[in-house]
Ligand binder design. Sequence first.
Ligand SMILES: NC(=O)c1ccc[n+]([C@@H]2O[C@H](COP(=O)([O-])OP(=O)(O)OC[C@H]3O[C@@H](n4cnc5c(N)ncnc54)[C@H](OP(=O)(O)O)[C@@H]3O)[C@@H](O)[C@H]2O)c1
Length: 249
Amino acid sequence: MNSSPRIALVTGATRGIGLETVRQLAEAGVHTLLAGRNRDKAVEAALKLQADGLPVEAIALDVTDATSIAEAAKTIEDRHGRLDILVNNAGIGLDDAQLGTAGQSLDTWRTTFETNVFGLIAITQALLPLLHKSAAGRIVNVSSLLGSLSQHQDPASFIYDFKGIPAYNVSKSAVNAWTVHLAHALKDAGIKVNTIHPGYVRTDMNKAGDEQKGELEVADGARTSVRLALIDDAGPTGGYFYLDEVLPW
Ligand SMILES: NC(=O)c1ccc[n+]([C@@H]2O[C@H](COP(=O)([O-])OP(=O)(O)OC[C@H]3O[C@@H](n4cnc5c(N)ncnc54)[C@H](OP(=O)(O)O)[C@@H]3O)[C@@H](O)[C@H]2O)c1
């Protein structure tokens, strides 16, 4: 690889785990594009990190909008000519747990998949030509332990009874399956593709009233994404991780 800094893009980076992932990648010396579907929010977040001296640049990107995706890809190509790291972090959870496993509306299923699965695939496809220009491309798909089919099937697992948000859970299973397929397709191209569980993290996604529930602060919740984004050529591809732990599919 040449000596210029690596270029990374993190989707859904205006807050939560994505914002912290940007901070940690930039602290590691990676020039990091902070992508947000709301341009003003992305610029505001990037300015704060720039004020801390970090190499961060804002970019507008809604992963459900084909025009926004095309414009972001063109901007990155014009400004940087390549991309080394893509962290597919943007995600939503819309299920109403009160409605139960079989009761979620098809609208909920479709909207969830539009962001968590189709949006993730769409931005990956759009940026793959730029990742191929990297000497060591890395893709990190931010999934969840709730996407693990074997854990859902295991009565001893604490997620066994956690089936009230099926659109979200199944969207993350789809992300895992896509990761396996893409890693295989890119295995001879030097691009490593992994899927991760960030932990149960105190973010807006886990808000109950004014409280963010979770076991981890965002600083720890971003660690797995950052670790897999920075793996060297000996690192894994096609894996499912939480920190150093390999998770069951
Ligand atoms: N928190 C956890 O415990 C946990 C556990 C397992 C997995 N995860 C996964 O970790 C990732 C980050 O979660 P989080 O907890 O940090 O969530 P969060 O605080 O709710 O943040 C979600 C981010 O995604 C962005 N986003 C939503 N739809 C988007 C779209 N169409 N295009 C671009 N960006 C979009 C949001 O942007 P706006 O600010 O514009 O809304 C926001 O920046 C998600 O994929 C989530 O499923 C989280």
